[in-house]
Design a protein. Sequence first.
Length: 269
Amino acid sequence: MTPPPSVSPSSPTVFISGAAAGIGRATAVAFARRGYRVGAYDVDLGGLASLREEVIAHGGDIAIGHLDVSDAGDWALKLQEFAGSSGRLDILVNNAGVLNHGRFEEIGLQTQRRMVDVNVYGVMAGLHTAFPYLRDTRGAQVVNLCSASAIYGQPELATYSATKFAVRGLTEALELEWRRYGIRVIAMLPLFVATAMVDGVDTGSTRALGVRLTAEDVAEEIYAATHPSRSRLPKVHYPVGRQTKVLAGMAQVSPAWMARLLIKTVTRT
């Protein structure tokens, strides 16, 4: 990693949930090496501590802390600590998420409720709590980690897929609603990524499509999406990886029955 530009009080800021490992960690590193002041938050304090050492060793500026995304009070406290007296929040990355796989009827409701609490309510709590900081920061942006499973419902990932549909819908609505405040809201849609989240996941989709993306691939796409070239047309959805781009493109031009047939064939259900 090359040393980042000098980080000063006027440097842009990014707040990342679920930053101790995987996509969140790679995103923290990607922004830190480009001169951002990074706020990295998670329930895994050990992972955050090693991330902090890595970023500081290369001259970056990072704040870390415990964050349970399903606790709005925790969000409020950590955002206040990170933004400080300036109240500045340039980018919020809602990355924290959990995944359980298997047949819907075989996954306990407590486990499914946790996916909803973290993947949906956790994003809602972050957005709602961060809004005043985003509103008062010129050019603020929100990145919601969605998924290719929000293109069409995925067998053996039913509740996870449903949570990502919810995040996609929330993103689309707020992209329109928050334009009046100058806040840009986008969704990243990667397929399966080689992180601990997919360790041991064995579904028709993973067997057919494989796990071809790295956390660093997604992090670089997040950085690029938050620094777009000038365009008159707003872009909301960012498919990550060739496979996802093909699936997303087909979904836009194909009738629903064809999308269903494609998923049925891929997942062998």
